[in-house]
Design a protein around this ligand. Sequence first.
Ligand code: SF4
Length: 378
Amino acid sequence: MSKRLRNLGELAEAAGLKVAGMAPAEPETALLPRLQRRTEEGRVTPFEERDPAVRLAPERLLPGCRSIVVIGLPHNSPESHLLPEGPGPRGKVARCALGPDYHLLLKTRAERLLELIEKELSGALRGRVLVDRSPLVERELARLAGLGMIGENCTLINPDCGSYLALGTILLDQKLEPDSPLVESCLRCGRCREACPTGALLEPYLIDPHRCLSYITQAPGIVPAAVRPLLGNLLYGCDRCQEVCPQNRHLEGAPAETASPEGYALLPAQPLLLPLLRMTRKEFARTVGPTAAGWRGKSILQRNAVIALGNSGDGSAVPALAEIVEKDPRPLLRLHAAWALGRLGGRQARRCLEKQLHREEERAVSEELRAALERCVP
Ligand code: SF4
């Protein structure tokens, strides 16, 4: 016999969570073949659990797990409020990284909700909060808990918050009556798949994460040369398949849900690119560090800024890129800056590439310098 936690919505609201539902903890065995195929076809990133069986086994994370509360926190900061003043090329930051790191907010609120559920059930209850890097198939659990529908773009779409929603779970060792999935479904308009520049949405409901620009902005190392032009001005994350989704249209201009208490974003939605190249460790820690993009570190953000400058077509970026090629101690930055100079072209860019080719000691950077010189139109 399962109990019903009638007031889950009220408890969640008291904990600062707008979205919550109950999912069953029985493993969704129907998902296993899909997850296995995903692993076999290499559609798993290093950020995810590779073993499909583990993804469906909450019991391994909380022995005796019998129910799962799924929670959601919107991160729909409107871009229009977040434009810094000043001339020059700009980058773009995904909405999830504009306010304080939602993982921390979600964790604190989930712990508060667990305390409230414990009080409500007034009995011995064991629970475990999981946010960020949970091996469980959170999106499917959210669907089962009635929080939304799965879109063709593989996001969970909530009727109120759209797809700009961070998910987390609370595992419980008591059997509680689950909610029912929604009857609504994705409109299947295909706009998300058309909008993706890399074709990462291989078919409806099937994504190749290695082609996803959001993943590429976060992955360490060298960005493949063929992908760099497709990144455009992205600095962290990508919202393209969500921005075109009609199910998110009602959110345009909605107030920010996770913006800082002072009401402004820590990281502007469209930061000026050149200042990012000169950013000190302290400035990074103050502006980007407290956001969801902070974990990735300064070098990856600057690598993406260098690519964005290469894509900007703005010749005013050449001196700053040339300085990186000549002086930056990080080969990763020198390599991408060489590419960016080759793409922007011009006499100063060409002179810098020629000069550095005789001095560069890293093989990968030398190869990039040669390739950039071939492309560089004086
Ligand atoms: S853009 Fe259309 S097909 Fe894609 S998730 Fe939104 S409603 Fe579904």
